[in-house]
Design a protein around this ligand. Structure first.
Ligand SMILES: [Zn+2]
Length: 473
């Protein structure tokens, strides 16, 4: 029998606020353990939480970016469980009345558009972190109380690749919306995977397993590939999938049983008596809507319309916010969008990739790239020399003009200088010159090559062509 996978994701996104969700402690990565804490986030008796307005604004922005309905009234609830990194013995979350529901995110996998529905988005706080060293364990509560959004999809995802693309698209949107840096390596975007299988074409859901806290796009894909294969094998051999929580080990590429899956009632959710329902005016949502930053698909359309880029170029540039920002800064310095897009996508990115340098650390700045393109546009150097110069720029971090100056790469545009070289070349190859005159016109390429060789590629190609035709006549 053939099986298909049914996948849903729960994603925790850390909001990029200065302070925590219910107190004024700073949110900071890599601080000394237990330095960014106060009675509220330590869960001291008698301390009272205060809602971070910025975090609510970010959650609304994210909800709008994900096409959700934002509710002007939502309720904070306590999710009760015991764990050393949870000082209050409960996590403040939203349960029955989340801030947003019923959205969607469109993704594209291998040229196919897919719409993944978003069931809900709610606000909650993060827990602390347990650190294990040898036989000792420590608790760092710096992270406790960090504002999070939990985004839950409907089980609309049908392959490991789709899951990866969904997450990449989501990360991109979170960055564009300016609500999170969504850096998986820093734990700012974490993903739980729900997956089950069913006979292909069936509309019944099978028993699902949950793989917790997978922390890279690649691992999400890998964990799913393994888990689907495991379930298919189990069921094909007459076994049954057990509902449980599993963990993924990147070193083996396998998932392992962690614990039997807990049900919602295990958490004894109830509205937090210390917090009033979160209520705001519809007008605030409208205000946020109006000041929404540009989203990826809007930017793609603008690049096509405003800059005349192809759909492909526009998509690649906007697929990654940093890349789009780099491009725009470059275009600001020199209004040659098409040529800049070309040099950025075809040359600079390739050179950086080869050297495994991330764009943020590029030795060539956006303005530096514009400077290079300007030299080419103004015929100071040829395109061919430009390719050498950009390589040198990446290697040395020097500016284009400086390299051209130091290496004497300026294009020879002086007609009499080129004429002399052309005459010299023609006289060196009398036989070819004769054949050209007899009508073997394709030999022009040979002569251009020879002149370029003699000038180390610095002669203006248009002039060379023109002068060769004159002299060979
Ligand atoms: Zn605090």
């Amino acid at each position: 029998m053939e099986y298909e996978a049914v996948i849903g994701l729960e994603i925790h996104v850390q909001m990029d606020t200065r302070t925590k969700m219910f107190c004024s402690c700073p949110v900071e990565f890599g601080a000394e353990p237990n330095t960014n804490v106060c009675p509220v986030c330590l869960g001291m008796p008698g301390s009272l939480p205060v809602i971070n307005k910025k975090a609510v604004e970010f959650a609304i922005r994210a909800s709008l970016a994900l096409n959700c309905t934002v509710h002007t009234e939502s309720v904070f609830a306590r999710k009760n469980y015991f764990y050393p990194d949870l000082p209050k013995g409960y996590q403040i979350s939203q349960y029955e009345k989340p801030i947003a529901t019923d959205g969607y995110l469109d993704i594209e996998v291998e040229g196919q558009k897919r719409r993944i529905r978003i069931r809900r988005l709610h606000i909650e706080e993060d827990a602390g972190k347990n650190i294990h060293e040898g036989s000792k364990s420590y608790v760092d509560l710096n992270r406790a109380g960090t504002p999070l959004m939990e985004i839950v999809t409907e089980p609309d995802i049908s392959s490991p690749e789709e899951a990866r693309v969904f997450l990449e698209t989501l990360r991109n949107i979170m960055r564009y919306a300016g609500v999170s840096k969504a850096d998986m390596e820093k734990g700012q975007l974490r993903c739980d995977i729900n997956v089950s299988i069913r006979p292909k074409g069936s509309d019944k859901l099978g028993t699902r397993t949950e793989v917790k806290n997978v922390n890279s796009f690649r691992f999400v894909q890998k964990a799913l590939e393994y888990e689907i294969e495991r379930q298919v094998k189990l069921v094909s051999e007459g076994g049954e999938v057990v509902q449980e929580t599993r963990t993924f080990d990147p070193s083996t590429g396998k998932t392992y049983t962690m614990r039997s899956k807990e049900e919602a009632e295990d958490y004894r959710y109830f509205p937090d008596p210390d917090l009033l329902p979160l209520v705001f005016e519809q007008s605030w949502i409208e205000e946020i809507k109006e000041t929404m930053p540009e989203l990826p698909h809007q930017r793609t359309e603008r690049y096509i319309k405003e800059y005349g880029l192809s759909e492909y170029e526009a998509k690649v540039l906007t697929d990654n916010k940093e890349l789009g920002d780099f491009f725009e800064r470059s275009v600001k310095a020199l209004n040659e969008p098409k040529t800049i897009a070309n040099w950025l996508l075809n040359d600079l990115l390739g050179l950086l990739n080869e050297r495994q340098i991330p764009l943020e650390e590029s030795p060539v700045s956006p303005e530096g790239l514009a400077e290079l393109v300007k030299l080419i546009k103004e015929s100071v150097i040829s395109t061919k020399i430009g390719k050498e110069v950009i390589k040198e720029m990446v290697e040395t971090g020097k500016g284009a003009s400086q390299i051209v100056e130091e290496k004497g790469l300026k294009q020879i545009t002086d007609e009499s200088a080129i004429k002399g070289i052309v005459q010299e070349v023609v006289s060196r190859f009398p036989e070819e010159a004769e054949r050209y005159k007899q009508g073997e016109e394709k030999l022009i390429g040979f002569f251009v090559g020879q002149v370029m060789k003699a000038t180390k590629g610095k002669a203006n190609p248009k002039l060379v062509n023109q002068l060769l035709r004159e002299i060979l006549k």
